[in-house]
Write a protein that binds this ligand. Structure first.
Ligand code: CU
Length: 495
C-alpha cells in the first residue's frame, strides 16, 4: 500500500466530496423484586475494558479522565494525542441492557470538553449536548449517570471542538449486551479511524479553516485499527489474533473517522451482518461488502471457511493511484490466522422486531446544503446555518410528537457526502432517490451521498431536545447542526 502517497486520502476525500431487549424476566415471588441470576458478560477482545468499581451486578461505575497522552504510533517521535484514561482508543465501556451506568468524568485537558454517548437513547441531560450541558472546564468533573435502554455496539466521543478533539483521539467504544445475548466462541471489537500526521515528526498536522478539509472533511494519511497504524511499511500493521476452525465469532465494528467512509469486507469466512447501529436485526444477512460512514456500526457473525488459512477484515477506501486516478484499495484492519479446532453450538439470537415501516407518516424534508458566505464555507440545514464556531446556539429545526412515525427526506444539493446523525433516537432507512433500498436495521446515522436524497422513518420515541447534524465535524461545526424537540418536556438548559 506504500504507493498510495500522503495527501492522496485528503484529495480523494474532497473529490468525493427497538430494540433487541428481551421482555423482563418474570419474578418468582409476587410483590418481591427478584434479580434473575445473569450470566457474566463475555469478554470482548481488542480493547481494554474500564474497571467496574461497583460490586452491584446491575451498576457499572467507572472513572474516566481526558488528558494529553503520547502514543508511539510510528517509529521515532511519539504522537501527542488527547485520550481517555491514557488509552487509544479509549477504554471499552461494557454493560448489559438495563444496567445503570455511572461515569465519573474528569477533564484534565487545558480546554473544555463534553462526552456524547453515541446511539444511547438516554436523557438529553446526559447526552453531552453543549447546548444543554455546560462544557466541563479544565480541571473540573462531571458525573454522567444513566440507564442503558438498548443493546448494541455504540461509542462515546467528545462533542466539543470535535474537528480537533476527535482527531486528537477522544473516543472509545461502548458495548451493551442483550439480556439474553447469543453466545459465541469469541467476541471482538474493532474501531476504525484515520489520522493526518506530519511526516517530519509524527505529530498531528495543522487544521485548515478553508479548502478541501472543510469542503469534504479532514481525511488522514494514516489508517488506524484499534489505534494501530495499518498502512505504510513503518506502521504496526493490522490487529492480529488466532481463530480456530469451527469458531462462530461476533465481530463488532465502529467507524470513528472525521470524514472518511469505508467499504467493509470479510475474507476467509462466511460472514453475516447481525446488527446495525441500533442493535440486532430480526434477520441476519450476507453481503459481499457493506458500506459504513463515520459514526455508524455493524456487528458480524463470522465462521472461518473450511479451506481458508486466515480470516481478514478489510476496509475498502478510495485513494489516488500513481496516475492520479481515483481507485478503491483494500487495507487490512484485522487478520485472524486459522489455528486449531473447536466446536461451537449455534448461537441463539433473541427474537427482534422492528417498528413498522409501512405506515402512514407525515413527510418532512431537511435540505442539506452549503456554500461560501463572505469567503467562509458555511453549511446549512433548510437554508439556515445553525452552529458556527464558538457560539453554542442551535436553531430549533422541528418539534415532534413522541411515538408518532415521521418520514424525513434528507436531500443534498452539494457534492460532499453527509453522514447525518440524529441524537437520542433510532430510525430506519427506507429510500434513496425515492426508490426503496435494502438497508435493514435501526440506525442513528445515515449517509446522504452527494446530490442525493435519503428517506428515513423515525418514531421519535425519546423525549427531549436533541442535536441533529452531519457527523463530519468540519460540516457540523460550520453550520450543519441543529436541534429537534421531541415532546414538550423542558430540556433544562445548563447555561
Ligand atoms: Cu456533512
Amino acid at each position: 500500500m506504500n504507493r498510495y502517497t500522503m495527501g492522496a486520502f485528503a484529495l480523494v476525500g474532497f473529490l468525493m466530496g427497538c430494540g433487541s431487549e428481551a421482555p423482563p424476566a418474570p419474578s418468582t415471588t409476587v410483590g418481591e423484586v427478584v434479580h434473575p441470576e445473569l450470566p457474566p458478560l463475555p469478554e470482548v477482545s481488542g480493547l481494554t475494558p474500564m474497571p467496574d468499581l461497583n460490586p452491584d451486578p446491575h451498576i457499572v461505575e467507572v472513572d474516566l479522565v481526558a488528558r494529553p497522552h503520547a502514543v508511539q504510533l510510528l517509529p521515532g517521535q511519539a504522537t501527542q494525542l488527547f485520550n481517555y484514561n491514557d488509552q487509544f482508543p479509549g477504554p471499552l465501556l461494557h454493560a448489559r441492557v438495563g444496567d445503570r451506568v455511572i461515569i465519573h468524568f474528569r477533564n484534565d485537558l487545558a480546554e473544555e470538553t463534553v462526552i456524547h454517548w453515541h446511539g444511547l437513547r438516554i436523557s438529553d441531560q446526559m447526552d453531552g449536548s453543549p447546548v444543554i450541558q455546560t462544557p466541563v472546564q479544565p480541571g473540573a468533573s462531571f458525573t454522567y449517570d444513566f440507564v442503558v435502554p438498548d443493546a448494541g455496539t455504540f461509542w462515546y466521543h467528545t462533542h466539543y471542538h470535535q474537528i480537533q478533539q476527535l482527531e486528537y483521539g477522544l473516543y472509545g467504544a461502548l458495548v451493551v449486551h442483550e439480556r439474553d445475548f447469543p453466545v459465541f466462541s469469541a467476541e471482538r471489537i474493532f474501531v476504525g479511524d484515520d489520522i493526518r500526521l506530519r511526516t517530519t515528526n509524527n505529530q498531528i498536522s495543522a487544521f485548515q479553516t478553508s479548502g478541501p478539509d472543510i469542503g469534504g472533511g479532514r481525511v488522514g494519511n494514516r489508517l488506524l485499527s484499534n489505534g494501530r497504524v495499518i498502512n505504510g511499511e513503518d506502521g504496526d500493521g493490522p490487529v492480529t489474533f488466532t481463530i480456530p476452525r469451527g469458531a462462530i465469532e461476533r465481530w463488532r465494528f465502529v467507524l470513528a473517522t472525521n470524514a472518511l467512509s469505508y467499504g467493509l469486507r470479510i475474507r476467509g469466512a462466511d460472514a453475516r451482518v447481525i446488527s446495525t447501529d441500533g442493535g440486532l436485526l430480526p434477520e441476519a444477512f450476507a453481503l459481499e461488502r457493506v458500506e459504513i460512514a463515520p459514526g455508524q456500526r455493524y456487528d458480524f457473525e463470522v465462521r472461518p471457511q473450511a479451506d481458508a488459512t486466515e480470516v481478514v477484515l478489510e476496509a475498502l477506501v478510495l485513494v489516488l493511484d500513481e496516475n492520479d486516478n481515483v481507485v478503491e484499495a483494500p487495507f487490512v484492519l484485522a487478520r485472524g490466522t486459522i489455528e486449531g479446532e473447536t466446536v461451537t453450538p449455534e448461537p441463539v439470537y433473541p427474537k427482534v422486531s422492528l417498528p413498522a415501516t409501512s405506515v402512514e407518516a407525515a413527510g418532512h424534508e431537511w435540505k442539506l446544503s452549503g456554500g461560501v458566505v463572505d469567503g467562509q464555507v458555511q453549511f446549512t440545514i433548510n437554508g439556515v446555518p445553525s452552529y458556527v464556531g464558538e457560539g453554542h446556539e442551535h436553531v430549533l429545526l422541528e418539534t415532534f410528537e413522541p411515538n408518532v412515525p415521521v418520514k424525513i427526506t434528507l436531500s443534498s444539493n452539494v457534492s460532499p457526502r453527509h453522514p447525518f446523525h440524529i441524537h437520542g433516537q433510532f430510525f430506519q432507512i427506507l429510500e434513496r432517490g425515492g426508490k426503496p433500498v435494502f438497508e435493514p436495521g435501526l440506525r442513528d446515522t445515515v449517509e446522504v451521498r452527494g446530490n442525493e436524497t435519503a428517506t428515513i422513518l423515525s418514531y421519535f420515541e425519546n423525549h427531549g431536545r436533541w442535536m441533529v447534524h452531519c457527523h463530519i465535524s468540519e460540516h457540523s461545526e460550520n453550520g450543519m447542526m441543529a436541534d429537534v424537540q421531541v415532546g414538550t418536556q423542558a430540556a433544562g438548559h445548563g447555561h
